[in-house]
Design a protein around this ligand. Structure first.
Ligand SMILES: [Zn+2]
Length: 268
């Protein structure tokens, strides 16, 4: 049975969005309320193989760990008893996300104190590489530094080792998937423009659905329900894929690696 794993990035205060990766807070709350009203519940993504087979379990994920996640998404999730997984690039913790080019203010990645302040029963923190670069472009040594090194930095900064990974920009190859397993990650997420085919499938390429700002609550619920009936490809697959292709052309900057620290500065 298919399992929906939703993918969000930045939540914004007002109604305006600068790109497809921002969702206004009001729209995000509308999504959560529509899911709850339709009988969907959430679970931590790390429990995918145990709870993912329950009908109407949806997994919420957020890439990049922007401060908007702690400020806006977490209170909205808490108010509804919902869980989420946030994927944080360890080299950018507490810093402006220089890889994001939206033409406006650069979002900032949450700090170590902010990450440690998240309730682990509600929010699990996963890895997102160290430098937020496309992992399929790296040498073996660079790949190890990004995944094994980045996971160590996150473990030291947060106080527990992350078990889940999301590939920056979604790109992965067999070599990248092997490196993710060797780094100690039990599962890794891609951007799959669709629903995860079953709880146990594709452990290092879990398929997620990008939730766009133009999708309202009823449309989101419809997508999940059509997906469970096997109709997702016809319904939205063709709408989702082209925008992500555009991203590889303009959103992904040249590879610029962030040096691994000997240990993270935990005050920042
Ligand atoms: Zn990212």
């Amino acid at each position: 049975m298919t399992v929906p794993i939703l993918m969000y990035h930045d939540i914004v205060d007002g109604p305006e969005v600068r790109d497809e990766f921002e969702v206004p807070l009001a729209r995000f709350c509308e999504h959560l309320d529509a899911l709850a009203a339709a009988g969907w519940k959430t679970a931590p993504l790390s429990s995918l193989r145990t709870t993912g087979a329950d009908a109407r379990t949806v997994f919420l994920t957020f890439d990049d760990g922007f401060t908007s996640f702690g400020k806006m998404a977490v209170p909205a999730l808490s108010a509804r008893g919902f869980h989420a997984t946030v994927f944080v690039p360890s080299g950018w913790v507490g810093k402006p996300a220089a890889w994001v080019e939206t033409g406006g203010a650069t979002p900032t990645v949450m700090s170590w104190p902010q990450l440690r302040g998240l309730d682990p029963d509600q929010v699990e923190v996963g890895g997102h590489g160290h430098s937020h670069v496309a992992l399929d472009r790296l040498t073996d040594d660079e790949l190890r530094a990004e995944l094994t090194g980045g996971r160590r930095v996150l473990a030291e900064g947060i106080g527990r080792p992350p078990t889940l990974l999301a590939y920056p920009f979604g790109y992965h190859t067999a070599k990248v998937r092997r490196a993710a397993a060797e780094a100690g990650y039990s599962d890794a997420c891609e951007v799959g423009y669709g629903l995860q085919p079953s709880p146990g499938a594709r452990r290092y390429a879990l398929r997620r659905l990008i939730v766009r700002p133009g999708m309202d609550g009823p449309a989101l619920v419809r997508v999940l329900e059509e997906g469970q009936r096997g109709q997702l490809r016809q319904a939205v697959g063709s709408l989702l894929r082209p925008a992500w292709r555009v991203v590889r052309q303009w959103r992904e900057p040249p590879v610029r690696l962030v040096p691994l620290p000997s240990g993270p500065d935990l005050s920042r």
